[in-house]
Write a protein that binds this ligand. Structure first.
Ligand code: DGJ
Length: 735
């Protein structure tokens, strides 16, 4: 072990065993994770939380560390001996032995990764427990590498990425749940005796219902800007399981990793099973602090092009649905260009030859342009976009086909299917999932992007959709004794495919969409630039969905579009001003037919787009401070973004209900520099008179101690009055 590079402290000798206890400190700027790495012993947790001094680490460990009622906590508890507790790993060895006793053999440092190399006491079975810290991040990543030298394959029956003990007290968990068109809903509950299990079984997408990320508040019900919070995110695109077990002990225990259900994995001799990264963070600045840690880490190390602001786009879906034609696309491009937009994305409906894509029941897989709709093909559209001074993007759904398609006619063996059983179909009554565990299918999916790019080198953006789950467990590619590999191998195939695309097309911007927000996770972010938060574009419901989603994902990843009124999902009529004010808090775009907008509406959008360009770096690259949660039901929701220099900020305030003589809380700001003075300027103003504080300057101290008194209604002519009210304020420090 390289003792210089690890912060390693020898604290005591376990004389009876002749072992030397060495505590390894894996630290970030503000946090420490300490493990007892005594050779010949299991690897044990000693501490995770606010940064400890070297001296405190020694004393903490000498005086007990994280000792539970009976024993220390293993960092990676394995099943088999003393196994009445929850565990992270269980196997059936080649000879039928079901036990594991992992013992530390050595510790190795490879760059920013610390590897604890463990071996079973009896079998030639090995686990590397890995931790990575990054120079500019408050996130610690952990995962394991599992391999063996046994004579025959070993059956892995559980294989989580890691675990973490959390001291009992008034501990709460915040997590997201939902469904299609209602993603990212916040759920907060205290941790009581028993087990909370958050999991996904979709097979393809994994965030429509619950999310594989949690926040754990250590000192009472979660607060946004104060209190100790641990955040955990499983960085995986497939089925996950995240559980928190509260046993008769001093600690809750968190486990997270791939969901082992229907996924027993036969590990061949010499093969390495690498579990997905479990990202952990700790903050003393409440939920928003933990979110900022995830956002910074994500933008810097996980997200494709995480340091570049995104273009303002118009997506064709809600404007025309499947009714694609050249003239219509040209008109939409011209309209978004005239409003200051930078990109146009043609959604579903542009492809299919023998089976033209008229609705959702055919053609997926037949990625040739429908010449009747688009005589000049995709090149004609790219050319038109250039003429309008904007970029062009296109929708595809590479992981899917329809039973009504030329692809399915040629390759019925490529679909995910239970051998010997009838097919259960998805969307349109004909949709099927392609089997990405099959390398030929991976090649085919790669060719979809490759062919588009070869034909259209200037194609700038791809919207990558995925609208079906795995309903027919079975692979026609995998052998019958490896059918349980499907759910894992599908995602290995998906990531391989993404790696291949990125290797050839590093600059392409790719949105992940999966029937809306079905696939928001950090597992695919290295290959994607953003995701579609939800198929529901209703601005009020978006306040709730985007609030929850922002717990783990930064605004730069959250596609947020201005759409029509009445809304196509809720049929609620929300004025354009409010729709703009909500969309502007994420990655702004439009999802509307501009030709149906009035000139006045277009002018408002043009102005908003111009103003968004001013605050875009603050929103997309800045630091979030959530101020007033819509889930508190106080009648208002509010958040702000502050740039790294604390010179600029964007403040959002949305009324979530309207009652006469209702009293709304005055929202205190956060994250500003108390000693700086900020000038206030309202964006998207519709009022006849400016706000009382328009153009005025206030100290950061005042704004954070008092906030501003935002009027509850808009000062507009009587015939323009409505039940909605929202504000976007731009704050700029004055010299
Ligand atoms: C589902 C997506 O979420 C929508 O935005 C749209 O792209 C449709 N698919 C197209 O079929």
């Amino acid at each position: 072990m390289n003792k210089k590079r690890l912060t390693t402290l020898v604290v005591s000798c376990i004389a009876a065993l002749g072992l030397q206890a060495e505590n390894v400190n894996i630290s970030t700027k503000t946090t420490s994770l300490v493990v007892d790495a005594t050779k010949g012993n299991d690897l044990k947790f000693m501490y995770y939380g606010a940064k400890l001094s070297d001296k405190d680490i020694v004393t903490h460990c000498e005086t007990g560390g994280w000792k539970g009622q009976w024993n220390y906590y293993s960092t990676y508890p394995a099943y088999g001996v003393n196994c009445d507790q929850e565990y992270a790993l269980s196997v059936v060895h080649a000879n039928g032995d079901m036990a594991l006793e992992l013992r530390l053999e050595e510790v190795e440092k490879q760059g920013d990764v610390t590897i604890f190399k463990m071996k079973d006491k009896v079998q030639p079975f090995y686990v590397n427990v890995c931790y990575r810290t990054r120079p500019e991040s408050e996130v610690i990543e952990t995962w394991t590498e599992i391999f063996h030298q046994e004579k025959k394959p070993v059956r892995l029956t559980r294989f989580y990425s890691g675990s973490l003990p959390i001291r009992r007290g008034d501990v709460w968990v915040s997590h997201l749940y939902g469904s299609w068109a209602n993603e990212g809903q916040l759920c907060e509950e205290p941790l009581n005796a028993g087990m909370i299990v958050i999991e996904n079984k979709d097979g393809v997408r994994n965030s429509h219902t619950s999310h594989g990320e949690v926040m754990i508040s250590l000192d009472g019900k979660a607060r946004e800007n104060s209190g100790d919070v641990i955040g955990a995110a499983i960085c995986y695109t497939g089925n996950y399981k995240l559980s928190i077990n509260t046993h008769d002990d001093e600690y809750h225990q968190l486990f997270a990793g791939i969901n082992e259900e229907a996924s027993e994995y036969y590990l061949a001799k010499g093969e390495v099973f690498k579990t997905p990264v479990l990202a952990l963070t700790f903050s003393r600045e409440g939920l928003s602090g933990a979110s900022r840690n995830f956002h910074k880490w994500g933008r810097k190390y996980m997200l494709a092009h995480g340091d570049k602001v995104r273009d303002i786009l118009l997506n064709s879906w809600e404007g025309v649905y499947f009714d694609i034609n050249e003239q219509g696309m040209d008109q939409m491009m011209s309209d978004i260009a005239s409003m200051g937009g930078e990109l146009f994305v043609m959604d579903d409906g542009w492809f299919g030859d023998k089976y033209p894509r008229k609705t959702d029941n055919s053609s997926l897989g037949d990625w040739v342009v429908d010449r009747k709709k688009l005589p000049n093909g995709v090149p004609g559209l790219v050319k038109a976009a250039t003429k309008h001074g904007i970029k062009f993007g296109i929708w595809i759904e590479p992981e899917m086909t329809n039973s009504v398609s030329e692809l399915y006619e040629q390759h019925p063996d490529w679909v995910v299917k239970t051998p010997g059983r009838d097919l259960e179909m998805g969307r349109g009554g004909t949709q099927l999932v392609l089997d990405l565990s099959n390398p030929k299918v991976q090649d085919f999916a790669f060719s979809i992007v490759d062919n588009l790019m070869k034909e259209n080198p200037d194609l700038y953006y791809i919207k990558w959709d995925a609208n079906m789950n795995i309903r027919n467990h079975g692979s026609q590619y995998l052998s019958m004794d490896r059918q349980s590999h499907l759910l894992i191998d599908y995602h290995k195939g998906f990531i391989k495919l993404c790696e291949r695309i990125r290797a050839k097309y590093p600059d392409l911007i790719i949105q992940d969409c999966a029937s809306g927000g079905g696939r928001a996770n950090w597992g695919y972010m290295p290959y994607f630039d953003e995701f579609w938060v939800s198929d529901n574009t209703d601005a009020l419901q978006r306040v709730y969905m985007q609030w929850g989603t922002s717990y783990f994902f930064p605004a730069i990843t959250m596609a947020s579009h201005i759409s029509a009124a009445p809304n196509h999902q809720t049929f609620r009529t929300i004025p354009l001003k409010y729709r703009i004010d909500v969309a502007m808090s994420g990655r702004l775009g439009m999802e509307i037919q501009p030709k149906n907008m009035t000139d006045e509406e277009k002018t408002l959008c043009r102005k908003a787009i111009a103003d968004y360009k001013t605050i875009r770096p603050i929103v997309q690259l800045g630091n979030i401070y959530r101020l007033q949660s819509p889930y508190d039901k106080k009648g208002v929701a509010s958040l702000m973004y502050v740039d790294d220099t604390k010179d600029k900020a964007a403040f959002y305030w949305w009324k979530t209900e309207t009652f006469v003589n209702q009293h709304l809380p005055r929202v205190k700001m956060a994250g500003l520099d108390a000693s700086k003075y900020y000038r206030i300027h309202e964006f998207n103003r519709i009022d006849n008179n400016p706000l009382a504080f328009e153009g005025k300057t206030f100290s950061g101290e005042y704004l954070m101690a008092n906030g501003l008194d935002i009027p509850y209604t808009h000062d507009v002519d009587y015939n323009k009055k409505n039940a909605w009210s929202s504000r976007v304020l731009y704050l700029e420090a004055v010299k």
